[in-house]
Design a protein around this ligand. Structure first.
Ligand code: ATP
Length: 472
């Protein structure tokens, strides 16, 4: 397992991710994606979008980030979307009370104090009110990691929605929220989509878009940020059919990560012991990050909670009319909800590796590689002239320009060929194409595969097919 710092440093050095507004010292919980990061983001989203919508029963939408404020009353976010927050009186540091306790449990386990860890876990599973967090914290002497003291305030609820105002007047009647999840944009459009796309239950609606949460503690790089992107799909089914579809979507989503190159041994299922107010079944797909296991996607059976509440709060009928069987009902919903940025971080950690290699002269060095699936690699191929003379650059340029019509390619003519390979390995480029002396007479190139470092000689007109065979 590599350290998170190593991966963050590569991400910055090679232009995947930068701190937001870095020249001003950064903005906590916000990140910018650089030239390679944005390519990776787009490829993740594109693969997800195709997996979801290149089928008969799923349509896409792109709903507005600002929604009518009643949406959040109906969804329960105005009242319930809060985390328990606690402050240390000495350091003034602020924590999520549940996270503080969970971190203490991890510490106890690392010291083999398993009995105490289990006892706290039991208590955590039975929390009824905020006071219970404080009781655990005080009973087990959980200290502030900053000041080392146990001088804690009460535990208070902190709503995670960002508030702003619509229009010129900053008054209560013009309050709107930045959406904390993209799902509600789908629920409110359920009837619009069903009718205009002439879809029949069961069918789904997919969306990729930004969401905002004023998280109490942001940490672990892209894992918990205040602005992030989600890829969500809500699948509407007849009540009673939800468990069957829940199992179906669990399998589909697991397989998608495998198809995108995720190492299955770094993934696991986590059942929710405590269900959210809207769910009757819920599981998470977790990934083993350098700092431990963390959720990358949730699959939730949300019953008819959302449609029912929107029907009640808006006064508009949200029922589905099944004309064939002459039935009317509010569909149940099975949702798949993944984070794009959290997914990107998981793919980055999954891909990172270092290995010892020996060159022709017997010197060993460390090769840093991002073993992205060719489907996700930010740069699909790199083209090199072996030397910058004898007509090689001209032919290399023409190969490069031709490939550029259908994929993201880089051209590199500087330094020894080994160095050029290393530069591409480090950003995960799966194919490096070299134009050499033989290319000029035989119209062939060498194409080197990143992981095996194996080289094939193929004719120039076969390059595109060679690459697309490995991608699709
Ligand atoms: P957590 O318990 O980690 O806060 P959650 O259970 O609140 O997550 P959901 O509301 O189910 O998460 O959101 C679905 C997905 O959106 C998550 O699996 C994650 O990939 C992503 N996500 C949620 N919150 C954040 C965040 N603050 N930063 C980045 N991604 C997030």
């Amino acid at each position: 397992m590599y350290k998170l710092e190593t991966i963050i440093s590569l991400a910055k050095r090679r232009g995947f991710v930068f701190q937001s507004s870095e020249i001003y010292g950064g903005l906590n919980g916000c990140w910018d994606y650089g030239p390679l990061g944005v390519e990776l983001l787009l490829k993740i989203k594109d693969s997800w979008w195709k997996a979801m919508t290149f089928r008969d029963d799923i349509e896409g939408v792109d709903a507005s980030i600002l929604m009518h404020p009643r949406t959040w009353d109906a969804s329960g976010h105005t009242k319930q979307f809060s985390d328990p927050m606690i402050d240390n009186k000495v350091s003034k540091a602020r924590f999520r009370a549940d996270n503080l306790i969970e971190e203490h449990i991890v510490k106890l386990r690392s010291k083999n104090k398993n009995d105490e860890a289990e006892a706290i876990e039991q208590k955590l599973a039975n929390i009824k009110e905020n006071n219970d967090y404080l009781t655990i914290i005080l009973e087990h002497g959980i200290k502030d990691p900053v000041s080392g003291t146990v001088e804690w305030t009460e535990v208070r609820n902190f709503n995670l929605m960002f508030k702003t105002f619509i229009g010129p007047l900053e008054e209560a009647s013009s309050v709107v929220y930045l959406r904390p999840e993209s799902a509600q944009g789908i629920f409110v459009n359920f009837k619009n989509v069903a009718e205009t796309a002439r879809q029949k239950v069961p069918f789904g609606i997919a969306q990729i878009g930004k969401a905002f949460r004023n998280e109490i503690n942001t940490k672990n790089f892209l894992f918990r940020t205040r602005e992030f992107e989600q890829m969500e799909m809500q699948y509407f089914v007849k009540p009673g059919a939800e468990l069957e579809w829940f199992d179906y979507w669990k399998k589909q989503r697991w397989q998608w990560y495998i198809d995108m190159g995720m190492d299955e041994s770094k993934m696991r299922w986590k059942n929710h012991d405590k269900l959210a107010h809207y769910a009757n079944h819920a599981v998470d797909i977790e990934f083993e990050f350098p700092f431990g296991w963390g959720e990358i996607e949730g699959i939730h059976s949300r019953t008819d909670f959302d449609l029912r509440n929107h029907q009640e709060f808006s006064g508009k009928k949200m029922e589905y009319v099944d004309a064939v069987n002459n039935e009317r009902y509010l569909p149940f919903v099975v949702e798949t909800s993944g984070g794009v940025s959290r997914g990107l971080m998981a793919f980055l950690c999954n891909a990172y590796s270092e290995e010892q290699v020996t060159d022709d002269k017997g010197n060993t060095e460390v090769r840093t590689i991002l073993r992205f699936s060719p489907k996700l690699a930010p740069i699909t191929a790199a083209v090199f002239p072996l030397v910058n003379k004898d007509g090689m650059p001209e032919l290399a340029q023409s190969v490069y320009r031709d490939l550029q019509k259908s994929m993201k390619v880089q051209y590199d003519s500087s330094g020894a060929i080994g160095r050029r390979y290393r530069r591409q390995d480090e950003i995960g480029t799966p194919f490096c194409i070299t134009i050499d002396g033989e290319s000029l007479t035989e119209n062939t190139v060498t194409i080197r595969e990143r992981d095996s470092m194996k080289q094939d000689r193929i004719s120039i007109d076969k390059i595109k097919n060679y690459i697309s065979d490995k991608i699709y």
